[in-house]
Design a protein. Structure first.
Length: 149
C-alpha cells in the first residue's frame, strides 16, 4: 500500500508545483496607473439647485487609460455622488478628467414609465464640448461642486 501511495506523490507534486507557479506568475507585476483607485465625491448643481438622479462620468485625459476605465456615479436627492470605477463608490484612478453630466427624467405613466431625453445643457453630454474638468489625487478627493449653467 505504501508503494502505491509513494508512486502517486510525484504526480501530485508536479500538479502542486504547476498550480503554485501559475498563481505566482502575476504577483510581481506593478499595477497600471488606472488599476488603483482613490475615493472621490462631489455634488452636481444646475442653476444653483442640486440635481438628483444625474449620471456623472469621468473621461480620462490620459490617452494611456483603456476605454473601459470610465469612473461613474449617480447623484442622490441632494445632488451628491461618490465615484466608482470597478464597483459602486470604490473611487477613481488618479489623473485629470473631463466630466460628463446627463439627466434623464422619468416620463410616461405610472404603469409605463421610461427615461426621457437628457434635460441638462447638451454641452455637458460630450467630451468634446464639456467645460467641466476635475483632477483626482492619489488620496481622497472632494471634487469642487459641478455648477452647470
Amino acid at each position: 500500500m505504501n508503494a502505491k501511495h509513494n508512486n502517486f506523490l510525484p504526480g501530485r507534486s508536479a500538479w502542486v508545483t504547476l498550480i503554485l507557479s501559475t498563481m505566482l506568475a502575476g504577483c510581481g507585476q506593478a499595477k497600471q496607473p488606472w488599476e488603483k483607485v482613490y475615493p472621490a465625491s462631489g455634488v452636481v448643481k444646475f442653476q444653483g439647485q442640486p440635481v438628483a438622479g444625474a449620471v456623472v462620468t469621468l473621461i480620462p485625459e490620459d490617452r494611456e487609460f483603456p476605454n473601459t476605465v470610465r469612473p461613474t456615479a449617480i447623484t442622490d436627492e441632494d445632488g451628491a455622488f461618490e465615484i466608482g470605477t470597478y464597483s459602486s463608490a470604490d473611487g477613481a484612478p488618479a489623473g485629470s478628467y473631463k466630466v460628463l453630466v446627463l439627466h434623464y427624467p422619468v416620463i410616461g405613466t405610472a404603469e409605463n414609465p421610461y427615461a426621457g431625453p437628457n434635460d441638462l445643457p447638451a454641452q455637458y453630454a460630450k467630451a468634446e464640448t464639456t467645460t467641466l474638468k476635475v483632477t483626482i489625487e492619489e488620496e481622497e478627493t472632494e471634487i469642487p461642486p459641478l455648477e452647470l449653467q
